[in-house]
Design a protein around this ligand. Structure first.
Ligand code: IFM
Length: 473
């Protein structure tokens, strides 16, 4: 078993592609080569793929409740079965290894580990992650667990969830319990995934679990996640005595005025503060953006800025598109999404394809946030790809999307951005939250009836990128 580390990850398991079911045609020359040791892999999350929602003592999560509430998720889909990764993880690990992936970011389901959200640890729940970590390491894939990817225990929600500041200590207790069990084999830990999305959609607009609404609720959820992140970072740093590399994952996307018009500039700046700066600024600078002063003022207590401003060994960045903003009196912050520039392609999510925004994000992290080591922790696209008569999935649009974004990341690297790794969203077609199974982001198709996995053309293409540590333009 070979252990790969962040800085030395030889992510090119050269032999692996030979085992791949299909080879790409003659290779075009590599025009964008990534630095030696660049980390390649993919990301997933527990509720989106695991299924087995009542197995081995798992408690309910807010997403179990939400998805079972009529009208909340497209087609009434739930994560009850999802991709049944809980039972098929070995097959999924083999898929990663066969593509030569060096790292896998998965999330640990809090309700598996602490079914009541706090108190006694459910050893059987942790056993699953124990098996998963061992399987990954045996296959040469480094585990990068994320401690929270949206599936809050329902029992904690019943006590106020992210609107209750006491959750910060509970999250730290849970984080330490997981790390004590897996930390002899896991080095890299992510605290949260996209706290801004949890706050905005889960507690502001209500389109995600737990379905709460309102600007004040949104800001409370945001601040308390920041506090939880800082509290857990401190607790893990103390418990690990320096042996772990700790980070967190934020969704960072440039917020720009619709049409570049001055009358939309204020909306874009405010949305930028909410979506991007409310995560980045307290973490790196110890303060919230001025535009949110009135919102966070009532929530802030002495010591909070210091708790949140913790050093991170790496920052996970999720990037999908720019966000085009304009005033919208009905919007949560008086702002709303508008159209991208004419002619911009969109994915099946309706998100504009704008790789240039990724270069902007990485350069901004260089210039405004001290150029921390960044792992692109999510990038990918949903398309309506379908198997052909021979069962093959020729997802050329996804390949074009990934290629363009890799080139955009490479352009930032060439300008001094501290980009260390790339984790595609995502391995498997899965439960896409309020969109259910209608949106497919996977490199691997999952048949909804049989759960059979079929690597798409993009999987083989990505394996080739990994093998060559670079991409052809
Ligand atoms: O599926 C999600 C993931 O859970 C978080 N980031 C965005 C992805 C696509 O919507």
């Amino acid at each position: 078993m070979r252990r790969r580390t962040f800085l030395s990850a030889a992510a090119t398991a050269v032999g692996a592609l030979a085992a791949s079911p299909r080879r790409l045609p003659a290779a075009e020359p590599v025009t964008a080569r990534f630095p030696d040791g660049f980390l390649w892999g993919c990301s997933t999350s527990a509720y989106q793929i695991e299924g087995a929602v009542t197995a081995d003592g798992r408690g309910a999560s807010v997403w179990d409740t939400f998805s079972r509430t009529p009208g909340k998720v497209r087609d009434g889909d739930t994560g009850d079965v999802a991709c049944d990764h809980y039972h098929r993880y070995r097959e999924d690990v083999a898929l990663m290894a066969r593509a030569g992936m060096g790292a896998y970011r998965f999330s640990v389901a809090w309700p598996r580990v602490m079914p009541d959200g706090a108190g006694p640890v459910n050893a059987a729940g942790l056993d699953f992650y124990d098996r998963l970590v061992d399987a990954l390491l045996e296959s040469g894939v480094e585990p990068w667990p994320c401690l929270f990817h949206w599936d809050l225990p329902q029992a904690l929600q019943d006590r106020g969830g992210w609107t209750d500041r006491a959750i910060a200590g509970r999250f730290a207790d849970y984080a330490v319990a997981v790390a004590r069990r897996l930390g002899d084999r896991v080095t890299h830990w992510a605290m949260l995934n996209e706290p801004g999305v949890v706050a905005i959609f889960g507690h502001g607009t209500g389109g995600h679990a737990p379905g709460l609404t309102g600007r004040a609720t949104c800001m409370a959820a945001l601040h308390h996640q920041n506090l939880a992140q800082g509290t857990a970072l401190q607790a893990l740093r103390a418990a690990g005595g320096g042996r772990w590399r700790l980070g967190t994952v934020l969704c960072v996307q440039p917020s720009v005025p619709v049409g570049g018009r001055p009358e939309n500039a204020g909306a874009a700046a405010l949305w930028d503060a909410v979506w991007n700066r409310a995560g980045l600024d307290p973490l790196f600078h110890g303060r919230y953006p001025d535009l949110l002063e009135a919102d966070v003022g009532p929530l802030l207590r002495a010591g909070d800025p210091e708790t949140i401003r913790q050093p991170v060994d790496w920052l996970g960045v999720n990037y999908y598109s720019r966000m085009h903003q304009q005033p919208d009196p009905g919007g949560l912050f008086g702002t709303g999404y508008g159209p991208p520039p004419p002619g911009t392609q969109v994915t099946a999510m309706g998100w504009p394809v704008e790789p240039g925004g990724l270069t902007e994000v990485l350069l901004e992290l260089r210039d405004r946030y001290g150029n921390p080591p960044v792992v692109l922790a999510e990038n990918g696209a949903a398309y309506d790809d379908r198997p052909g008569p021979d069962g093959a999935v020729e997802d050329g649009e996804r390949i074009a999307f990934l290629r363009a974004h890799l080139l955009a990341g490479h352009a930032a690297l060439a300008q001094g951005a501290n980009l260390r790794g790339w984790l595609v969203w995502t391995l498997l077609d899965n439960f896409e939250w309020a969109e259910g199974y209608a949106r497919r982001f996977g490199l691997v198709r999952v048949d909804r009836d049989t759960l059979e996995r079929t690597p798409k053309a993009s999987y083989h293409w990505y394996a080739d990128v990994i093998r060559r540590n670079g991409v052809a333009a």
